[in-house]
Design a protein around this ligand. Sequence first.
Ligand SMILES: Nc1ncnc2c1ncn2[C@@H]1O[C@H](COP(=O)(O)OP(=O)(O)OP(=O)(O)O)[C@@H](O)[C@H]1O
Ligand SMILES: [Mg+2]
Length: 231
Amino acid sequence: MLTISDLHFSYGSVRALNGLTMEFKPGEITCVMGRNGVGKTTLMRTIMGNYRAAKGRIDLSGVDVTPMPAHRRAKTGLALVPQGRDIFPKLTVADNLRIGLEARTDKLRTIPDEIFQMFPILKKFANRMGGDLSGGQQQQLSIGRALAGDPKVLLLDEPTEGIQPNIIQEIGVVLRKLVTERKMTIVLVEQYLDFIKEFGSRFYIMNRGLVVANGACSELSDAHVSEHLSV
Ligand SMILES: Nc1ncnc2c1ncn2[C@@H]1O[C@H](COP(=O)(O)OP(=O)(O)OP(=O)(O)O)[C@@H](O)[C@H]1O
Ligand SMILES: [Mg+2]
């Protein structure tokens, strides 16, 4: 279980997180929604430890990770698939995946076969440069790299952004498998409503760095959409 309480973060004078309290449960895909610029990416980076919260607390399975830098949070079980994917274009697919192994607490130095089972394209293109993959394949690589660290909590920041529909579907099926079979905690920042309705369990909607609505994805209404999501 991942919980955040009263989380604050500012970029200088720009207040991006204004006291967020949220709960993310194992075995569920919790969606974080909201218009552009409401603080979704800032929240993911603050949970991961790329940014230090100015105030508030982050707990992972009862451990207060707030004082930890990102690499220690990774070892504690957090992994982030960043917005824009951020794979290493000049490294091979296999080397990108090996970098993910560094977050593991066991001594495994080979890429687990289950990653290739989830994303067969990564096996086929293991020796290609990351930068030569399509956008959707790079997204799969980014997710595979995060999973190579054997996380308890997977944070994904808009994984469907700019990706072709068949790969979006494949990603959804993998995420569902991770929550049902491995009881992983998944935090999905997402703006694509159909994807949320198909794969999401619970949702939070953010505005100006605050939670303005939450509930079960099955209860997401047109009123939520018109009030908080449509542009
Ligand atoms: N490096 C930065 N320096 C200053 N302000 C920033 C920085 N990064 C983000 N911001 C501001 O913080 C706020 C939250 O940005 P953030 O990127 O977290 O939003 P987001 O919800 O992820 O948006 P999007 O949907 O476009 O990805 C915005 O007002 C943004 O302009
Ligand atoms: Mg963002």
